[in-house]
Ligand binder design. Structure first.
Ligand SMILES: CC(C)(COP(=O)(O)OP(=O)(O)OC[C@H]1O[C@@H](n2cnc3c(N)ncnc32)[C@H](O)[C@@H]1OP(=O)(O)O)[C@@H](O)C(=O)NCCC(=O)NCCS
Length: 166
């Protein structure tokens, strides 16, 4: 499938139903889901449901959580992208990467490209990002992306910080 976005080191493309193994590899790692609302996927079937029911339907909005790969060797490293939350009628930025790829600036690089795509190509006016207050790395990325603190919130019984990009 053709990449939707390319950056200096990465390319982003939509997931397909054939990517269950990639989602499972990512979501079955407890380090990856430590600070996310839902816990790890325990089986391939959990991952398939998440892909089919949560990730793929988002693409009808022209955005969504995109699979991120290294340009250098086509290795899958995680996902990033802007998602439309129907219930709240808001767009949110999210990202998660395999731990062996943390600390190399990939979340910042993919996040910046995703925000640019959402604002420039899709003309989305307002994008939110939320992270648990203890998730210092994620909050640091959100700030590096130029998002501005909006409020504190309780999310899945944890204190969280909400940021916005206008
Ligand atoms: C959060 C996450 C996406 C960051 O990805 P990443 O590719 O390592 O991020 P980057 O390398 O672009 O930037 C991380 C920044 O946070 C900093 N950082 C890392 N751990 C930190 C910590 N414990 N406290 C403060 N800052 C921290 C890094 O130094 C870096 O900042 P710098 O570039 O100024 O040095 C990654 O840790 C992850 O996938 N976590 C699991 C999923 C998750 O929590 N997603 C977010 C849910 S809100």
């Amino acid at each position: 499938m053709k990449p939707l976005i390319t950056t200096e080191r990465l390319y982003l493309r939509e997931f397909t139903i054939d990517d269950v193994q990639l989602i499972f590899e990512l979501n079955s790692d407890p380090l990856v889901t430590k600070y996310t609302e839902k816990g790890p996927d325990k089986t391939l079937e959990d991952a398939r449901k998440r892909l089919q029911n949560e990730i793929l339907p988002q693409y009808t909005h022209g955005v969504g959580r995109w699979a991120v790969f290294l340009k250098s060797n086509d290795e899958f490293i995680g996902w990033c992208g802007v998602k439309y939350i129907e219930k709240e009628k808001v767009y949110t930025l999210g990202y998660r990467f395999l731990p062996k790829h943390w600390g190399k600036g990939y979340a910042t690089e993919a996040g910046k490209a995703s925000l640019e795509y959402a604002t420039n190509k899709m003309s989305i006016k307002e994008i939110f990002a939320k992270a648990m207050s203890v998730n210092a790395a994620s909050i640091h990325v959100i700030k590096k992306l130029g998002m501005v603190y909006l409020k504190d919130e309780i999310c899945a019984e944890h204190s969280a910080e909400v940021y916005v990009l206008k």
